[in-house]
Design a protein around this ligand. Structure first.
Ligand SMILES: Nc1ncnc2c1ncn2[C@@H]1O[C@H](COP(=O)(O)OP(=O)(O)OP(=O)(O)O)[C@@H](O)[C@H]1O
Ligand SMILES: [Mg+2]
Length: 245
């Protein structure tokens, strides 16, 4: 197969146990280059665990993760991860946090100023994380995730801790950055409207519980052009499908 047409990421038959209890099982999907895919599912079904496995941060997950057809077993600069909380190091400046992948005091790297401008934070280069609002800190985390110019960005509920207006702006920022860079995005979200507004496809995980481990219960393509009107009738129909699962 032509390399350009091969999936960027292939996830094959992943399963994960904690203390003998299987959380998810036989999770398989692919991500095409440039796609935005959302992963939704009830709390505790293993979304964060799955994302950590895809970032090479968990060595106890069974199955395989292929990045450009090569097994991905360790964290890679080509795969960026953005956590639910910004997780900035409080003793480092914003700039040093963003450039942390290049060393603990690499904030003078010229890419930092460009990234700060890209996420709309040009003035806070030397600020400390405690001086930022929640939405600003989340934008710094986004800039840090982009610093290594990853091909794949994994986001774990990145906008859940900010107000609705900031969330809408951050969603727009993600789309703009994705458009400019061609980054492939896998987004974990609790918010169906966020998934419907942003994604090319939604993967719905079933609950993990007494009925057994979580699996991919449904895969929904969303072909509606962006920018999308959240009140578009075709999104209503997709929302109904997700809610009745
Ligand atoms: N290190 C761990 N040790 C034991 N159990 C764990 C560990 N990490 C996660 N779990 C369990 O695995 C399950 C899935 O957790 P995970 O955080 O991946 O869920 P989630 O889908 O991200 O949930 P949420 O939507 O609430 O963030 C939960 O039952 C959780 O208690
Ligand atoms: Mg989680």
């Amino acid at each position: 197969m032509n390399q350009a047409l091969a999936p960027l990421l292939e996830v094959r038959a992943l399963s994960r146990r904690f203390a003998g209890r299987k959380i998810f099982d036989q999770v398989s999907f692919t991500l095409a280059r440039g796609e935005i895919v959302s992963l939704v599912g009830p709390s505790g079904c293993g979304k964060s665990t799955l994302l950590r496995a895809l970032a090479g941060l968990d060595h106890d997950t069974q199955g395989s993760v292929l990045f450009e057809r090569e097994p991905l077993r360790e964290p890679s600069p080509r795969v960026g991860m953005i956590f639910q909380e910004p997780r900035l190091l409080p003793w480092l400046s914003v700039a040093d946090n963003i450039a942390f992948a290049a060393g603990p005091r690499a904030g003078d790297d010229p890419r930092v100023a460009a990234l700060l401008a890209e996420v709309g934070l040009a003035g806070v280069h030397d600020a400390l994380p405690k001086q930022l609002s929640g939405g600003m800190a989340q934008r710094v985390a986004l800039a840090r995730g982009l610093f290594t110019e990853p091909d794949l960005l994994l986001l774990d509920e990145p906008f859940s801790a900010v107000d609705a207006l900031t969330r809408a702006r951050l969603q727009q920022l993600l789309l703009t950055l994705k458009q400019a860079r061609g980054t492939t995005v896998l987004l974990v979200t609790h918010d169906l409207d966020e998934a419907l507004a942003l994604s090319d496809r939604v993967l719905l995980l079933s609950p993990a519980g007494t009925d057994g481990p979580s699996r991919i219960a449904r895969e929904l393509p969303i072909t509606l052009q962006r920018p999308r009107n959240p009140r578009d009738a075709s999104l209503d129909a997709l929302r109904d499908v997700l809610l009745t699962m």
